[in-house]
Design a protein around this ligand. Structure first.
Ligand SMILES: [Fe+2]
Length: 325
């Protein structure tokens, strides 16, 4: 018998299987959202009510996390929905089940505010699949869902993430034909065994900016503080332009599994909803998928850059101490 769902109803399950995402409204309270973001502008070094102070900010700022909380207590309904989508708590990596205050703030730019011609979704320059820290396989456990908790009011054209549900089919079929695994290479994947100096020449190379041109349906992730959007891990998505310049605040915490997804379960009732969606994207009922190289973690360029920044900070601090003494 299939696992009894804790939170999702059959309509939400069908919506996830059709579109690859669902929105959990008011998964955490406005009070909680306000409490979590109360130091946000101090951390940014700007005033939310004075746009002239935003000049020092980039269009999108990624803050590191300073505090974390278990999803179970922060957003209980979202946690229940996550368990439903992934086939139960037993399958979830408990180390990846807390969220931090690593806010991603999109304040737009002055140019965008004055801009009359808005960029079409297909022409955005940030289309990607999440997970820059591991070699990707169809069944990879590292990024089992794409999760977007919302901390601000996001209106249309206000910088909400744009998704392309048809992209799940493209990426699932691509990964199914690459059991050797693929490396996240910016806005592209490159076979992990590639011998090409120029990755783009590899026949197995896939560019997300090229693939997105095959998609026709795009959805903008709008919402209110406390909403949580849960998306299939292979969803193609892009940051968008904040023409309104109402600061857009979200986080993007991963959820991981203890072991890889399985697409050839003995009993079809045991498939998780995410596994069922992947199979549907492939047009199959089951798939005996086997990887042909080892799973491995990689150190993304962003982490190397962060490490370099920390080393530089340390060096400057030491130099300053020596000058004083
Ligand atoms: Fe992303």
């Amino acid at each position: 018998m299939a696992r009894e769902l804790e939170y999702l109803d059959s309509e939400q399950v069908e919506r996830f299987l059709e579109q690859g995402y669902i929105v959990i409204k008011h998964a955490f309270s406005l009070e909680k959202a306000n409490e979590w973001t109360k130091e946000l502008w101090l951390r940014l070094g700007a005033d939310p009510n004075d746009k002239s102070t935003w000049k020092t900010l980039k269009e999108r700022t990624h803050l590191p996390w300073k505090k974390r909380e278990k999803v179970e207590t922060l957003a209980p309904t979202a946690w229940a929905a996550i368990k439903d989508l992934l086939g139960g708590e037993d399958r979830i990596n408990s180390e990846a089940s807390s969220w931090g205050d690593s806010f991603i703030v999109n304040v737009g730019t002055e140019e965008l505010e004055d801009c009359k011609k808005h960029v079409a979704p297909q022409d955005l320059d940030n289309w990607h699949v999440d997970g820059d820290f591991f070699v990707h396989f169809l069944d990879s456990p590292e990024q089992a869902l794409l999760v977007i908790p919302i901390y601000s009011h996001i209106e249309p054209q206000g910088g909400g993430t744009i998704i392309a549900p048809e992209g799940i089919d493209i990426i699932a079929k691509y990964l199914a034909s690459h059991p050797e695994g693929v490396l996240p290479t910016g806005l592209s994947f490159t076979p992990s065994t590639s011998k090409y100096t120029n990755k783009e020449e590899d026949p197995g190379y896939i560019s997300f900016l090229r693939e997105i041109k095959k998609c026709h349906k795009f959805v903008e992730m709008t919402g209110e503080p406390g909403d949580v959007i849960l998306l299939h891990p292979l969803m193609l998505h892009s940051a968008s332009k904040n023409y309104l310049r109402i600061p857009r605040v979200i986080t993007n915490p991963p959820v991981g599994l203890k072991s890889p997804f399985v697409f050839h379960r003995e009993n079809s009732d045991d498939y998780s909803i995410v596994e069922r969606k992947t199979l549907r994207a492939l047009g199959k009922d089951r798939l005996d998928f086997k990887i042909s190289t080892d799973r491995r973690q990689i150190t993304p360029a962003r982490v190397l850059a962060e490490q370099k920044m920390l080393q530089e900070e340390k060096r400057l601090k030491e130099a300053a101490t020596q000058m004083v003494s």
